[in-house]
Write a new protein. Structure first.
Length: 294
């Protein structure tokens, strides 16, 4: 193939068949969601011809289903569409916050959570928020349908666990427990339009006495991939998320981080900041859970 081609299948089966057919013919394919990463990359680092497969006409990639079993978020739903759903924001405010931080208003009109995840940047904002919410990837491909936890999906810088011919259809978030909430924070050197130097997503559930019964803590931009930090969660569980518990969770996140030093922050600085963000996100999640946001 020496030129670009474009297809926009309208069903999952058609997309899987198209990808399989192109693979058989040794044609390189690439999935297009919002294009806010892909177009930038096509202009700079990767100009090679390929077939672009737009998944936005497939209904399953475009729907937001919130029910008793949780949330099914289509992989190509734009951040702006997600932010407009108050019912989703009431239950998963941290995830919506993370999507809201991506780029500008214009970028958010296209940029999807699925694209953010598949692009697999260590600083991708929605990834720690998805991990904190125990999100599961729903993947379609030639072998059928499979599910994979988000923390196992990103396998390196710009690399994900999709096999040839597979694509991400949706993200499944379990139903929120009573008195639970999440929060996501990142630090950037500018006020907006920058990528995270460090980030943290936290989800906590409390019992009727305000004691933490479950927690998930994930950190971003401080390792090759976003990291789930069970030690930070353990520091929170069984406590009332008081200062000591939140400080212990912060120390666990700092210890788990494996950051690099670059012009945007030294290793030491990033370790420190990711601890502070963990502590603050835990406090926000706690206050939301106490405030009745399920
Ligand atoms: C000005 C600007 C500001 C930005 N700011 C931020 C920011 O603050 N935080 C941040 O995290 N990111 C930021 N980004 C990056 C980008 O906007 C996000 O990563 C966005 O969420 C990508 O989603 P998309 O739908 O545009 O993905 P696309 O560009 O369509 O796809 C991204 C990659 O994932 C693949 N892909 C997409 N969907 C699927 C799928 N369903 N199955 C398999 N593969 C798939 C594509 O082939 C491509 O390789 C910014 C980008 C720009 C241009």
């Amino acid at each position: 193939m020496d030129s670009f081609a474009f297809q926009a299948p309208t069903s999952l089966d058609a997309a899987v068949a198209l990808l399989a057919e192109q693979r058989q013919a040794s044609v390189r394919t690439q999935i297009l969601a919002g294009g806010t990463d892909m177009i930038v990359q096509m202009r700079s680092v990767d100009r090679a011809p390929r077939m672009i497969v737009d998944i936005k006409r497939i209904p399953e990639t475009r729907s937001i289903q919130l029910g008793e079993d949780g949330l099914i978020l289509g992989s190509a739903v734009a951040g702006a569409e997600l932010s407009a759903r108050d019912d989703v924001a009431a239950i998963y405010p941290g995830l919506v916050e993370a999507a809201d931080l991506i780029g500008s208003t214009q970028i958010q009109g296209r940029a999807s959570v699925g694209g953010n995840l598949c692009n697999a940047s260590p600083a991708g904002d929605t990834i720690p928020a998805l991990i904190a919410n125990s999100a599961i990837c729903q993947i379609a491909g030639p072998g059928g349908w499979r599910e994979l936890a988000v923390e196992d999906f990103v396998v390196g810088v710009g690399r994900n666990a999709l096999e040839p011919g597979e694509f991400l259809v949706a993200l499944r978030l379990p139903a929120a427990q009573p008195r639970s909430a999440d929060a996501y924070l990142r630090f950037i050197p500018r006020t907006e339009m920058d990528i995270a130097v460090a980030s943290a997503g936290v989800r906590v559930a409390l019992d009727e006495n305000g004691v933490c019964t479950a927690a998930r803590v994930a950190i971003g931009a401080v390792a090759v991939t976003a990291l789930l930090v069970p030690e930070a969660a353990e520091a929170l569980i069984g406590t009332r998320l008081d200062d000591a518990a939140c400080a212990a969770a912060a120390a666990a996140s700092s210890a788990a981080a494996r950051p690099i030093s670059d012009k945007r922050g030294t290793e030491t600085y990033r370790r420190q900041v990711v601890g502070v963000l963990t502590r603050r996100a835990a406090v926000i999640a706690r206050d939301r859970a106490l405030g009745g946001q399920a």
